[in-house]
Write a protein that binds this ligand. Structure first.
Ligand SMILES: [Zn+2]
Length: 502
């Protein structure tokens, strides 16, 4: 198509811009738009284009072509242009070039409305899908937002309209259970590796596209007359992205983040957002719990002042905080916490069995047998170990005796409140030192004590991976973290009576 462009330029026809530049045509792939200063000139350009096209084996799709004549800014109706193949008719009221409606009038509003409607329709389509939370955000970012991005750099987009569309997006997320209404908006738009949900806003999209296009035009303007005129019309308004507050600094929304900053590996603590593949409703629930956005009785009494008594609905003792429900209520300890704990320990247990070729429990809900054994190893589950001397603790969650290597590993699992993970790790380690010494003395084997600790809302210490590597078999940190977080989501839904949504 490039020779065609050169032929058209050589004719000298075209429309003169204010700065003296002449524009004769716009060409993109097989989509061409011709300009000239008179009807006679434009017809000549059309004929030139037609002849040149047929020379390279291309022909006009006449029904896709049209012509518009204006005199002093007003559209003039004509008979169209006659060609051997037929007639190119006049434009009715507007036409699209590269998919964007244009003509003499102001078509920007219509373009924005159409793009916004299509964007929201795609958002709904994504939210109704079976995709997991992370993939839903990716789909909105890469399938819905481009509908807005495409025309965003070319037409003006008022701030109010952008904001309204972002609010509508969040409402749709909430309606579909993917965003808690009191959850942090800033965090929704933060990247997943930083603990956010990774959604891109319409605001950021329009701003990014506009500034990138502006930059391009500025760069090319010195060597391109048409772009120089374009830059002049654009003006100097170049909005800088103002740095807003961050969610981590907010009193309630950032409280959890600040608490775990001191005890946890932040990147690893949030990696379930990137790697666990959870439903968006579960992601939203756990983040809302981290942000103090869920209505517990303590929050209702102390923050919203809609309740007198902040105490727990189950034990009626401590204030009903998220921390209390997820890891501190004695009414949940026996069953709910135990169930979550056993699920996490069960993952480690099954991986150990697989390593030694031992039969693994079929379902993850099945309690493992107290003892399984073959010629390579013996695995104890929640087994009380007899020792000559009294020791502080003698019933770890899992104990592995590797017969070939003459070593034993004592594993104990805990899912404490996230702020306590480091302390808990120490505690577990200390607690089994007596047992370790006794076993090493009596059995003459090397004994290692391994704590596996994951916070109820996913926080992990920098050492978790190291600990897991000391256990026979392969257990990934993400698998135990995902299991703990899912267990907590179940506890929250049941206790706060959340039937899936809010
Ligand atoms: Zn309680």
């Amino acid at each position: 198509m490039n020779p065609l462009s050169q032929v058209i330029t050589k004719t000298g026809y075209g429309y003169r811009l204010r700065n003296g530049a002449t524009i004769s045509h716009l060409l993109y792939m097989d989509d061409i738009k011709l300009y000239a200063k008179s009807e006679r000139d434009i017809d000549s350009l059309i004929h030139t284009t037609r002849i040149d096209s047929s020379d390279i084996g291309m022909s006009f799709g006449l029904e896709k072509c049209s012509r518009m004549v204006t005199k002093r800014g007003r559209v003039v109706r004509t008979e169209g242009v006659s060609l051997p193949e037929g007639t190119i008719a006049d434009i009715e009221d507007s036409y699209k070039y590269l998919g964007i409606p244009q003509a003499n009038g102001n078509l920007e509003l219509a373009t924005r409305k159409a793009a916004t409607a299509k964007y929201l329709q795609r958002v709904r389509q994504v939210l109704r899908s079976q995709l997991n939370g992370k993939n839903k955000t990716r789909a909105i970012n890469s399938y819905a937002l481009p509908v807005i991005r495409y025309p965003a750099g070319i037409i003006r987009w008022p701030k109010e309209e952008i904001q309204t569309t972002d609010v509508k997006t969040r409402k749709l997320l909430t309606m579909h259970g993917g965003f808690h209404p009191k959850s942090s908006t800033l965090r929704l738009y933060a990247s997943r590796k930083d603990g956010g949900r990774g959604l891109v806003s319409v605001r950021a999209t329009v701003q990014d596209e506009t500034s990138k296009l502006h930059e391009y035009i500025k760069e090319k303007a010195p060597t391109d007359d048409v772009l120089r005129e374009c830059l002049r019309q654009w003006g100097t308004e170049d909005e800088a992205l103002e740095e807003g507050p961050s969610w981590e600094d907010k009193p309630l929304h950032g409280m959890y983040h600040r608490t775990i900053t001191e005890v946890a590996d932040l990147k690893k603590s949030y990696q379930w957002l990137e790697r666990a593949g959870l439903q968006d409703s579960t992601e939203a629930l756990i983040l809302a719990a981290q942000e103090q956005a869920l209505s517990t009785r303590a929050i209702e009494a102390q923050i919203y002042h809609t309740r007198q008594d902040p105490r727990c609905r189950l034990c009626k003792e401590a204030p009903e905080t998220i921390q209390h429900i997820t890891a501190g209520c004695k009414m949940l300890a026996g069953k709910a916490y135990m169930e979550r704990h056993n699920q996490v320990a069960g993952i480690v247990y099954r991986n150990i069995c697989a390593e030694y070729g031992l039969e693994t429990p079929r379902s993850k809900w099945e309690t493992p047998p107290k003892v399984v054994e073959n010629d390579r190893a013996k695995i104890l589950w929640d087994f009380q170990i007899q020792t000559d001397k009294m020791v502080m603790a003698n019933q770890p969650d899992i104990m592995i005796i590797d017969k070939g290597q003459r070593k034993a590993v004592v594993v104990d699992v805990a899912v404490p409140s996230d702020g306590n993970i480091r302390k808990k790790e120490h505690e577990k380690l200390e607690k089994y030192q007596g047992l370790r010494e006794e076993l090493e003395r009596a059995w003459k084997v090397k004994v290692t004590v391994v704590p596996v600790v994951v916070g109820a809302l996913g926080a992990v210490t920098p050492k978790l991976d190291e600990w897991l590597q000391q256990i026979p078999g392969t257990t990934s940190d993400i698998s135990v973290q995902k299991c703990a977080v899912l267990g907590t989501a179940r506890i929250l839904r049941r206790t706060l009576k959340l039937p899936g949504l809010w």
